[in-house]
Ligand binder design. Structure first.
Ligand SMILES: Cc1ncc(COP(=O)(O)O)c(C=O)c1O
Length: 392
């Protein structure tokens, strides 16, 4: 494997980066180490840069569509990495996963219908439900011996009691880091099929699994699940392309696909971004080795953080992630209220994290870290946290 230096510090300030250049606009003090929004501090694989350079050197950015080689690249990735076989007509290209979740909510439900999620979960899940005037129902995940699990009885009860129409599944799960097992996904899927609940599976973090954990594409479990689901994928987390706004949504069921497409049409969206299409194809065609090296770096960062918390922050507990580059730190041992904890993290530890409460009430007392950074950045952040905790 070639050497990739994920420990290089690349200055991202002055690039209009949401993570680095918007503290003042977002009401944060200066001088924070920023570990909140989920993008990475690493340059993309060289093959992606080369593909973008090609487009830029040509210098014409007219309307662009994807040819068969685009589908070939995306589908080969999912077949080889996850054993998920797709057909070209299943693919609906969209400018983002959150956009697609919102479109799915409108496509598959009516105003007032109940949509189920599993909090604590990536906060746009609740936003796309509420902003579209649907009813938010959460079957909260349960923290059991340091690991989040699903209460399947509660999950089914919430569906029947509220006549739930749609389930937004986060797989792997942000922020709790679970890589759902095939068994868990099968149980969830069977309950949904039984009660006629459509499943939208957001699999944007699928490429980030730690050793010993395997991601299962929800639709790959059975033909019934494939017919009852929308699989939302994107190269944006995997290859650090979020700003290029490309996502690939697979819908095997022609009726669901037509409903989803109609909703996209209603928003007036048609062709995707020229540079994004080129980058996505190049990433899936050429980025495999880079990703495998990156995963080793992330595993090392995780091991570092795990050890640091265990040895130097005994009042805190790291919920060990099975996947994603996001970690979920249980800070309840500090005995601080919600606002006190936020104030402590920002003004005493001088860190910009995502406060757990934004992922749902059950997230209160937790903080989410983004460890997709150089080791020295993570080490500096942990030392700040340790010093602040020692002063309480
Ligand atoms: C679970 C999940 N879904 C979607 C997104 C965002 O996707 P997009 O930028 O394509 O809307 C994120 C980003 O952090 C995420 O964690």
């Amino acid at each position: 494997m070639p050497y990739y230096n994920f420990d290089e510090i690349i200055d991202r300030t002055g690039t209009d980066s949401l993570k680095y250049d918007f503290a003042a606009e977002r009401g944060r003090p200066g001088g924070l180490i920023s570990m909140w929004v989920a993008d990475m501090d690493f340059r993309v694989p060289e093959g992606v840069t080369a593909a973008i350079k090609n487009v830029v050197e040509h210098g014409i950015y007219g309307y662009t569509e994807a040819k068969g080689n685009y589908f070939a690249a995306v589908s080969a990735w999912f077949r080889s990495r996850f054993g998920y076989a797709t057909e070209p007509e299943w693919l609906v290209k969209t400018p983002g996963i959150v956009y697609s979740l919102a479109a799915a909510v409108r496509a598959f439900t009516e105003k007032g219908d109940a949509v189920l999620i599993q909090q604590p979960v990536y906060y746009p899940f609740s936003e796309v439900i509420l902003v579209n005037e649907r009813k938010l129902i959460s079957s909260d995940l349960v923290l059991e011996n340091g690991r989040y699990v699903i209460d399947f009885d509660d999950f089914e009860r919430k569906i029947t009691q509220n006549s739930v129409k749609l389930f937004l599944l986060c797989s792997p799960h942000n922020p709790v880091g679970r890589v759902w097992t095939r068994g868990e996904l099968t149980k969830l899927g069977e309950i949904c099929v039984k009660h006629g609940v459509i499943v939208v599976s957001d699999e944007i973090h699928c490429d980030f699994t730690y050793s010993g954990h395997t991601h299962t594409v929800f639709a790959s479990i059975s033909p019934d699940f494939a017919q009852n689901s929308v699989i939302a994928t994107a190269p944006s987390k995997t290859f650090n392309l979020a700003g290029l706004q490309i996502s690939n949504i697979f819908i095997a069921n022609p009726e669901l696909r037509a409903q989803f497409r109609r909703e996209i049409d209603r928003t007036g969206y048609s062709q995707l971004n020229t540079i994004g299409l080129a980058a996505c194809r190049a990433a899936y065609e050429t980025g495999g080795e880079w990703l495998d090296a990156l995963k080793l770096h992330l595993a090392d960062n995780l091991a570092f953080q795990r050890e640091f918390v265990a040895e130097r922050l005994p009042r805190l507990t790291l919920i060990d992630p099975e996947g994603t580059y996001l970690t979920w730190l249980d800070c309840r041992g500090l005995g601080l209220g919600r606002d006190e904890l936020e104030n402590f993290i920002l003004n005493r530890a001088k860190l910009w994290l995502d406060g757990g409460h934004i992922f749902g009430d059950t997230g209160a007392g937790f903080e989410r870290f983004n460890i997709a950074c150089a080791r020295s950045t993570l080490a500096a952040a942990m030392e700040r946290l340790e010093n602040a905790v020692n002063e309480i």
